[in-house]
Design a protein around this ligand. Structure first.
Ligand code: HEC
Ligand code: HEC
Length: 201
Protein backbone atom coordinates (compact mmCIF):
# COMPACT_ATOMS: atom_id res chain seq x y z
CA UNK A 1 0.00 0.00 0.00
CA UNK A 2 2.66 2.48 1.07
CA UNK A 3 4.59 1.87 -2.09
CA UNK A 4 1.72 2.12 -4.52
CA UNK A 5 0.23 5.38 -3.30
CA UNK A 6 2.95 7.79 -4.50
CA UNK A 7 2.99 5.93 -7.79
CA UNK A 8 -0.72 6.48 -8.27
CA UNK A 9 -0.36 10.13 -7.41
CA UNK A 10 2.35 10.48 -10.01
CA UNK A 11 0.22 8.96 -12.73
CA UNK A 12 -2.72 11.15 -11.83
CA UNK A 13 -0.56 14.26 -12.03
CA UNK A 14 1.22 13.29 -15.20
CA UNK A 15 -1.84 12.78 -17.38
CA UNK A 16 -3.53 16.17 -17.31
CA UNK A 17 -0.16 17.91 -17.21
CA UNK A 18 0.07 17.42 -20.95
CA UNK A 19 -2.69 19.88 -21.82
CA UNK A 20 -4.87 21.35 -19.08
CA UNK A 21 -2.41 23.39 -16.97
CA UNK A 22 -1.13 25.19 -20.09
CA UNK A 23 -4.64 26.33 -20.95
CA UNK A 24 -5.45 27.22 -17.35
CA UNK A 25 -2.26 29.26 -17.13
CA UNK A 26 -3.23 31.26 -20.24
CA UNK A 27 -6.67 31.96 -18.82
CA UNK A 28 -5.22 32.91 -15.45
CA UNK A 29 -2.85 35.35 -17.15
CA UNK A 30 -5.68 36.89 -19.16
CA UNK A 31 -7.82 37.28 -16.05
CA UNK A 32 -4.92 38.84 -14.12
CA UNK A 33 -4.32 41.33 -16.95
CA UNK A 34 -8.06 42.11 -17.01
CA UNK A 35 -8.05 42.78 -13.29
CA UNK A 36 -5.04 45.05 -13.65
CA UNK A 37 -6.77 47.08 -16.39
CA UNK A 38 -10.00 47.22 -14.40
CA UNK A 39 -8.24 48.37 -11.24
CA UNK A 40 -6.66 51.24 -13.14
CA UNK A 41 -9.65 52.27 -15.27
CA UNK A 42 -12.86 51.03 -13.67
CA UNK A 43 -12.48 50.55 -9.91
CA UNK A 44 -13.18 54.23 -9.22
CA UNK A 45 -16.85 53.52 -10.01
CA UNK A 46 -17.42 49.75 -10.29
CA UNK A 47 -17.06 47.12 -7.60
CA UNK A 48 -14.64 44.48 -8.92
CA UNK A 49 -15.11 41.84 -6.24
CA UNK A 50 -17.51 38.95 -5.74
CA UNK A 51 -19.28 40.86 -2.94
CA UNK A 52 -19.84 44.45 -1.91
CA UNK A 53 -21.22 47.63 -3.44
CA UNK A 54 -19.83 49.86 -6.16
CA UNK A 55 -18.11 53.09 -5.07
CA UNK A 56 -20.43 54.93 -7.47
CA UNK A 57 -23.93 53.63 -6.76
CA UNK A 58 -25.22 53.71 -10.34
CA UNK A 59 -22.41 51.58 -11.71
CA UNK A 60 -23.22 47.88 -11.65
CA UNK A 61 -20.70 45.67 -9.81
CA UNK A 62 -18.73 43.70 -12.40
CA UNK A 63 -20.22 40.43 -11.15
CA UNK A 64 -23.67 41.74 -12.20
CA UNK A 65 -22.32 42.56 -15.64
CA UNK A 66 -21.14 38.93 -15.86
CA UNK A 67 -24.75 37.85 -15.44
CA UNK A 68 -26.18 40.09 -18.14
CA UNK A 69 -23.78 39.48 -21.01
CA UNK A 70 -22.15 36.55 -22.66
CA UNK A 71 -18.41 36.83 -23.35
CA UNK A 72 -18.72 37.63 -27.08
CA UNK A 73 -21.20 40.42 -26.44
CA UNK A 74 -18.87 41.90 -23.84
CA UNK A 75 -15.80 41.81 -26.06
CA UNK A 76 -17.80 43.44 -28.88
CA UNK A 77 -19.29 45.91 -26.43
CA UNK A 78 -15.88 46.91 -25.14
CA UNK A 79 -14.55 47.22 -28.67
CA UNK A 80 -17.28 49.46 -30.06
CA UNK A 81 -18.26 51.12 -26.79
CA UNK A 82 -21.95 50.22 -27.21
CA UNK A 83 -22.44 48.27 -24.02
CA UNK A 84 -20.81 50.94 -21.95
CA UNK A 85 -21.74 54.31 -23.44
CA UNK A 86 -23.06 56.44 -20.65
CA UNK A 87 -22.60 60.07 -19.70
CA UNK A 88 -20.86 59.10 -16.49
CA UNK A 89 -18.61 56.60 -18.20
CA UNK A 90 -15.41 58.01 -19.53
CA UNK A 91 -14.77 57.44 -23.22
CA UNK A 92 -12.10 54.87 -23.58
CA UNK A 93 -10.62 52.86 -26.35
CA UNK A 94 -9.31 49.37 -25.89
CA UNK A 95 -7.46 46.95 -28.09
CA UNK A 96 -8.92 43.53 -28.89
CA UNK A 97 -6.47 41.98 -26.38
CA UNK A 98 -7.53 44.38 -23.64
CA UNK A 99 -11.21 43.76 -24.39
CA UNK A 100 -10.63 40.03 -24.09
CA UNK A 101 -8.68 40.44 -20.86
CA UNK A 102 -11.38 42.64 -19.32
CA UNK A 103 -14.04 40.17 -20.43
CA UNK A 104 -12.15 37.20 -18.99
CA UNK A 105 -11.85 39.09 -15.71
CA UNK A 106 -15.53 40.09 -15.60
CA UNK A 107 -16.60 36.52 -16.40
CA UNK A 108 -14.34 35.15 -13.68
CA UNK A 109 -16.51 36.98 -11.13
CA UNK A 110 -19.70 35.04 -11.73
CA UNK A 111 -21.58 32.67 -13.96
CA UNK A 112 -22.20 34.28 -17.34
CA UNK A 113 -25.49 34.42 -19.14
CA UNK A 114 -24.47 31.60 -21.41
CA UNK A 115 -23.71 29.36 -18.42
CA UNK A 116 -27.15 30.00 -17.04
CA UNK A 117 -28.79 29.27 -20.36
CA UNK A 118 -26.91 25.99 -20.64
CA UNK A 119 -27.94 25.06 -17.10
CA UNK A 120 -31.57 25.89 -17.78
CA UNK A 121 -31.57 23.86 -20.99
CA UNK A 122 -30.20 20.87 -19.09
CA UNK A 123 -32.81 21.35 -16.37
CA UNK A 124 -35.53 21.37 -18.99
CA UNK A 125 -34.25 18.07 -20.42
CA UNK A 126 -34.21 16.46 -16.98
CA UNK A 127 -37.76 17.53 -16.22
CA UNK A 128 -38.92 16.45 -19.64
CA UNK A 129 -37.47 13.01 -19.12
CA UNK A 130 -38.74 12.41 -15.58
CA UNK A 131 -41.72 14.63 -14.97
CA UNK A 132 -43.40 15.80 -18.16
CA UNK A 133 -45.59 12.77 -18.63
CA UNK A 134 -47.67 14.11 -15.72
CA UNK A 135 -46.68 17.76 -15.10
CA UNK A 136 -46.78 20.62 -17.57
CA UNK A 137 -43.21 21.92 -17.57
CA UNK A 138 -43.65 24.92 -19.87
CA UNK A 139 -45.23 28.34 -19.53
CA UNK A 140 -48.79 27.65 -20.66
CA UNK A 141 -49.88 24.12 -21.56
CA UNK A 142 -52.11 22.05 -19.24
CA UNK A 143 -50.62 19.07 -17.35
CA UNK A 144 -51.01 15.70 -19.10
CA UNK A 145 -52.17 14.37 -15.72
CA UNK A 146 -54.78 16.84 -14.49
CA UNK A 147 -53.98 16.02 -10.86
CA UNK A 148 -50.33 17.01 -11.28
CA UNK A 149 -49.87 20.77 -10.89
CA UNK A 150 -48.03 22.55 -13.74
CA UNK A 151 -44.49 23.42 -12.62
CA UNK A 152 -45.15 27.11 -13.24
CA UNK A 153 -47.68 26.88 -10.37
CA UNK A 154 -45.28 24.87 -8.23
CA UNK A 155 -42.55 27.54 -8.52
CA UNK A 156 -45.03 30.24 -7.65
CA UNK A 157 -46.07 28.36 -4.52
CA UNK A 158 -42.77 27.22 -3.01
CA UNK A 159 -39.79 29.29 -2.10
CA UNK A 160 -36.66 28.37 -4.07
CA UNK A 161 -34.79 26.96 -1.06
CA UNK A 162 -37.62 24.60 -0.19
CA UNK A 163 -37.83 23.45 -3.78
CA UNK A 164 -34.09 22.89 -3.96
CA UNK A 165 -34.20 20.79 -0.84
CA UNK A 166 -37.17 18.83 -2.10
CA UNK A 167 -35.49 18.03 -5.40
CA UNK A 168 -32.34 16.88 -3.64
CA UNK A 169 -34.04 14.80 -0.97
CA UNK A 170 -37.11 13.61 -2.78
CA UNK A 171 -40.60 14.99 -2.61
CA UNK A 172 -43.13 13.34 -0.39
CA UNK A 173 -46.49 14.30 -1.74
CA UNK A 174 -48.40 11.53 -0.04
CA UNK A 175 -49.70 10.57 -3.42
CA UNK A 176 -48.89 7.20 -4.88
CA UNK A 177 -49.36 8.39 -8.46
CA UNK A 178 -46.06 10.13 -8.15
CA UNK A 179 -42.85 8.12 -8.39
CA UNK A 180 -40.10 8.80 -5.85
CA UNK A 181 -37.09 10.70 -7.09
CA UNK A 182 -34.08 12.58 -5.77
CA UNK A 183 -31.57 14.47 -7.90
CA UNK A 184 -27.83 14.91 -7.40
CA UNK A 185 -26.68 18.50 -6.65
CA UNK A 186 -25.64 19.28 -10.25
CA UNK A 187 -29.04 18.31 -11.56
CA UNK A 188 -30.77 20.30 -8.84
CA UNK A 189 -28.86 23.43 -9.89
CA UNK A 190 -29.84 22.86 -13.52
CA UNK A 191 -33.50 22.23 -12.68
CA UNK A 192 -33.70 25.30 -10.46
CA UNK A 193 -32.13 27.36 -13.27
CA UNK A 194 -34.87 26.18 -15.60
CA UNK A 195 -37.67 26.65 -13.06
CA UNK A 196 -36.48 30.23 -12.52
CA UNK A 197 -37.32 30.92 -16.17
CA UNK A 198 -40.96 29.95 -15.47
CA UNK A 199 -41.39 32.60 -12.81
CA UNK A 200 -43.40 35.56 -13.91
CA UNK A 201 -42.52 38.76 -12.12
C1 HEC B 1 -16.75 57.38 -13.78
C2 HEC B 1 -17.41 56.17 -13.40
C3 HEC B 1 -17.19 54.94 -14.26
C4 HEC B 1 -16.00 54.40 -14.68
C5 HEC B 1 -14.59 54.90 -14.43
C6 HEC B 1 -16.34 53.18 -15.41
N1 HEC B 1 -17.69 53.03 -15.42
FE1 HEC B 1 -18.71 51.49 -16.34
N2 HEC B 1 -20.47 52.35 -15.80
C7 HEC B 1 -20.62 53.46 -15.01
C8 HEC B 1 -22.02 53.72 -14.80
C9 HEC B 1 -22.63 54.84 -13.98
C10 HEC B 1 -22.72 52.69 -15.51
C11 HEC B 1 -24.22 52.50 -15.61
C12 HEC B 1 -24.69 53.01 -16.92
C13 HEC B 1 -26.17 52.80 -17.09
O1 HEC B 1 -26.77 52.04 -16.36
O2 HEC B 1 -26.69 53.40 -18.02
C14 HEC B 1 -21.71 51.87 -16.14
C15 HEC B 1 -22.00 50.77 -16.93
C16 HEC B 1 -21.07 49.89 -17.41
C17 HEC B 1 -21.38 48.69 -18.17
C18 HEC B 1 -22.76 48.29 -18.66
C19 HEC B 1 -23.47 47.49 -17.65
C20 HEC B 1 -24.81 47.04 -18.18
O3 HEC B 1 -25.40 46.22 -17.51
O4 HEC B 1 -25.24 47.50 -19.24
C21 HEC B 1 -20.20 48.06 -18.43
C22 HEC B 1 -20.00 46.79 -19.22
C23 HEC B 1 -19.15 48.86 -17.82
N3 HEC B 1 -19.72 49.96 -17.21
C24 HEC B 1 -17.82 48.55 -17.86
C25 HEC B 1 -16.81 49.39 -17.42
C26 HEC B 1 -15.41 49.10 -17.58
C27 HEC B 1 -14.84 47.85 -18.21
C28 HEC B 1 -14.74 50.17 -17.06
C29 HEC B 1 -13.24 50.36 -16.99
C30 HEC B 1 -12.51 50.19 -18.21
C31 HEC B 1 -15.72 51.12 -16.58
N4 HEC B 1 -16.97 50.60 -16.81
C32 HEC B 1 -15.40 52.34 -15.98
C33 HEC B 1 -19.60 54.25 -14.48
C34 HEC B 1 -18.25 54.05 -14.72
C1 HEC C 1 -46.88 9.65 -12.72
C2 HEC C 1 -47.19 11.07 -12.67
C3 HEC C 1 -46.15 12.00 -12.08
C4 HEC C 1 -44.80 12.11 -12.39
C5 HEC C 1 -44.01 11.33 -13.41
C6 HEC C 1 -44.30 13.20 -11.58
N1 HEC C 1 -45.29 13.71 -10.79
FE1 HEC C 1 -45.09 15.23 -9.45
N2 HEC C 1 -47.03 14.99 -8.90
C7 HEC C 1 -47.94 14.15 -9.51
C8 HEC C 1 -49.25 14.32 -8.92
C9 HEC C 1 -50.52 13.58 -9.30
C10 HEC C 1 -49.08 15.32 -7.92
C11 HEC C 1 -50.12 15.88 -6.99
C12 HEC C 1 -50.00 15.13 -5.69
C13 HEC C 1 -50.94 15.59 -4.62
O1 HEC C 1 -51.54 16.64 -4.80
O2 HEC C 1 -50.99 14.89 -3.64
C14 HEC C 1 -47.67 15.71 -7.95
C15 HEC C 1 -47.12 16.68 -7.11
C16 HEC C 1 -45.85 17.17 -7.23
C17 HEC C 1 -45.30 18.24 -6.43
C18 HEC C 1 -46.00 18.93 -5.29
C19 HEC C 1 -46.79 20.10 -5.79
C20 HEC C 1 -47.50 20.81 -4.67
O3 HEC C 1 -48.18 21.78 -5.02
O4 HEC C 1 -47.39 20.44 -3.52
C21 HEC C 1 -44.05 18.47 -6.87
C22 HEC C 1 -43.05 19.51 -6.36
C23 HEC C 1 -43.79 17.53 -7.94
N3 HEC C 1 -44.91 16.75 -8.13
C24 HEC C 1 -42.60 17.44 -8.62
C25 HEC C 1 -42.34 16.47 -9.56
C26 HEC C 1 -41.05 16.34 -10.22
C27 HEC C 1 -39.85 17.24 -9.99
C28 HEC C 1 -41.17 15.27 -11.05
C29 HEC C 1 -40.13 14.69 -11.96
C30 HEC C 1 -38.88 14.33 -11.33
C31 HEC C 1 -42.52 14.74 -10.92
N4 HEC C 1 -43.18 15.49 -10.01
C32 HEC C 1 -42.96 13.64 -11.62
C33 HEC C 1 -47.67 13.23 -10.50
C34 HEC C 1 -46.44 13.01 -11.07
Amino acid sequence: MRISLPLLALVALALPALSLPALAADTAKLIAEGRRLAEINCAKCHNLETTGESPLTDSPPFREIAKNYDPDELVDGFMDGLAVRHPLMPDWEVTQEQAEALTAFVMSLGPGKRDEETQAARGFDLLQKDCSRCHAIDADSPSPNPKAPPFRDVVAKYDPDALEEALAEGIVTGHNNMPEFAFPPDDVTAIIAYLDTLKSD
